[in-house]
Design a binder for this molecule. Structure first.
Ligand code: 5GP
Length: 202
């Protein structure tokens, strides 16, 4: 998505070779116009898949799920992060390791809002190690629902998240795929450096 790539180049801050700060427009201060375009892009990709619910994880996936669900005309649902879950019988629950916080936490979704009839599109802000998204995939599995696919706003393709999701049989659609980045040279996207051979495979 060119609009997003241009914005990452312009306003993203590469803190280290693995961490990109985007909190002027994506996940602290939020650009609502860009967010709606992101939602439209995810919705367009899934428009014929019969999605009944969009699922994300709090907090930084919520506005993307909202924009996607609004475009599709379906509800969205966000998994809640909890330190200790006592009432497990009414919840789908799984453990997720946070790349940014370097600690594990539990995420839960109420059984009232997800069931075997649902066709679920998962979205989130980043695909890095894939743990957050795999946690959501596990919740969809626990519900017996059908997973239509996963949408990531920014994919750091040099980390192993995509490989893990693909190994789990999940279809992934990322709007900006970062091949590499560094504080000195900035961000390189996958599309920009495709050879003719690679392009023929896309
Ligand atoms: P994963 O589980 O795929 O490793 O990472 C999931 C979460 O970590 C994302 O939802 C995102 O909130 C956060 N995250 C991972 N990498 C980055 C990054 O480079 N920048 C920011 N701002 N957040 C990140």
């Amino acid at each position: 998505m060119k609009l997003l790539q241009d914005r990452i180049r312009q306003d993203g801050q590469v803190l280290t070779e693995t961490v990109l700060k985007v909190d002027t427009f994506l996940n602290h201060q939020v650009d609502p116009m860009l967010t709606m375009e992101i939602g439209k892009a995810f919705a367009q990709k899934a428009e014929s898949a019969g999605v009944t619910k969009v699922l994300t994880i709090e907090a930084s996936g919520i506005h993307f799920a909202m924009a996607t669900a609004f475009t599709l005309g379906v509800p969205f649902l966000y998994a809640k992060k909890k330190k200790a879950v006592t009432l497990t019988e009414d919840l789908y629950t799984t453990e997720v390791f946070s790349f940014t916080r370097q600690e594990s936490f539990q995420v839960s979704v109420s059984k009232r809002y997800l069931n075997a009839e649902d066709r679920v599109l998962i979205v989130d802000d980043f695909l890095a190690t894939g743990d957050a998204l795999l946690g959501l995939v596990e919740i969809v599995r626990q519900a017996g629902a059908t997973l239509v696919g996963v949408g990531a706003v920014v994919e750091k393709s040099f980390q192993d998240g995509r490989a893990k999701l693909e190994a789990a049989g999940v279809e992934i659609h990322s709007l900006a795929r970062i091949r590499s980045m560094s504080p000195e040279t900035g961000v390189t996207f996958i599309e920009e450096t495709l050879t003719e051979n690679e392009e023929a495979l896309v």
